[in-house]
Design a protein around this ligand. Structure first.
Ligand code: ATP
Length: 306
């Protein structure tokens, strides 16, 4: 029996390692797929994060040379502060987060973290320093617990639960018959956009990165879910340098600074009240969104009454 169990144990170990490797490859593929040309420069050093200051210096970028997307963007996110980027659809907001991750490189200008040009640091160290809550989280075909723990393999059960609690997903998970062992993803339980985003928030809380990028979901969430996600995001961003890519405006009211991007240039910057008083692009985006929200509420009420 001992003779039989040894190879079986060994095979189990190999299986787990292969499965892990496949998932990492999957993850890597997603990254590489975006731009295989971007690699560590010779002599690249690991990023050393101290305060966590993020700085964009006159960044110019185009996916296609004929169509400039960012046309000289400069701003700084001070350590521990939150800056929100807003602007019309297609303005280049999400592109800023892709550049910060170095999925692409600016054609000119620099992006610095604590004074180090991100183009000159090791990519692994850059991505380890930044937590990303993307618009659309892709879940692995594994349990919900695995998806929260992903990358932080030494996290204890209690830490996973605490992260889930802060991300406001713990109650939902605990109510499932299999709890944290519930399979999710393509072949398991399908989660809603808001639930997936909270899994991503829990994963980020567990990772505990000094810098955060929150790319808000474009799709409209109901106002209860939106509030829950907002609470979770407030908790995770406290004390971390945070860049919020805001596709909806309700999340930006409390940002330390709001930057309005329009066709690749910064057209306004300030706080919420200051920008409303200015009566420009931000003020008109704000009033348009309020009208859309009100219209949605009216429609919902009419549906409920039917
Ligand atoms: P939204 O609020 O609608 O998400 P956004 O301001 O985040 O918009 P980006 O996603 O940064 O906009 O895109 C800016 C422009 O770049 C868009 O016109 C888009 O079509 C274009 N674009 C985005 N990704 C690519 C890509 N991989 N290749 C070519 N063009 C792209």
């Amino acid at each position: 029996l001992v003779q039989l169990s040894m190879p079986l144990n060994f095979m189990g170990m190999i299986y787990r390692e292969i499965k892990q490797a496949l998932i990492d490859i999957d993850d890597m593929f997603q990254i590489l797929h975006r731009n295989p040309e971007i690699a560590d420069r010779p002599g690249a050093r690991p990023l050393a994060v101290s305060a966590g200051v993020v700085r964009f210096e006159d960044v110019r970028f185009a996916y296609d040379p004929a169509r400039p997307i960012l046309r000289g963007v400069s701003f700084e996110v001070p350590a521990g502060r939150t800056i929100a980027i807003v602007g019309p659809s297609g303005a280049g907001k999400s592109t800023l987060s892709r550049l910060l991750f170095r999925f692409y490189e600016p054609q000119s200008g620099r992006i610095l973290i604590d004074g180090q040009d991100i183009a000159a640091v090791e990519q692994g160290s850059l991505r380890a320093a930044i937590g990303m809550v993307p618009q659309d989280t892709v879940l692995f075909n594994d349990t919900i617990g695995y998806n929260i723990r992903y990358g932080q393999w030494d996290a204890s059960e209690a830490q996973v639960r605490e992260a889930a609690r802060l991300a406001q997903i713990d109650r939902f998970v605990s109510a499932l018959p299999e709890g944290y062992d519930t399979p999710v993803g393509e072949r398991g339980l399908k989660l809603s956009g808001g639930e997936k985003q909270r899994v991503a928030i829990a994963r980020t809380i567990l990772k505990g990165p000094p810098i955060l990028v929150l790319d808000e979901a474009t799709s409209a969430l109901d106002s209860f879910t939106e509030r829950e996600i907002q609470d979770a995001l407030d908790k995770v961003s406290r004390g971390r340098t945070t860049l919020v890519i805001a596709h909806r405006l309700s999340t930006v009211v409390n940002a330390d600074e709001i930057i309005v991007l329009d066709r690749g240039v910064i057209v306004e910057r300030g706080d919420h009240q200051g920008l409303l008083d200015l009566g420009g692009v931000y003020a008109s985006l704000w009033s348009r969104q309020r009208e859309a929200d009100e219209a949605r509420e009216i429609l919902k009420r009419a549906e409920q009454e039917r």
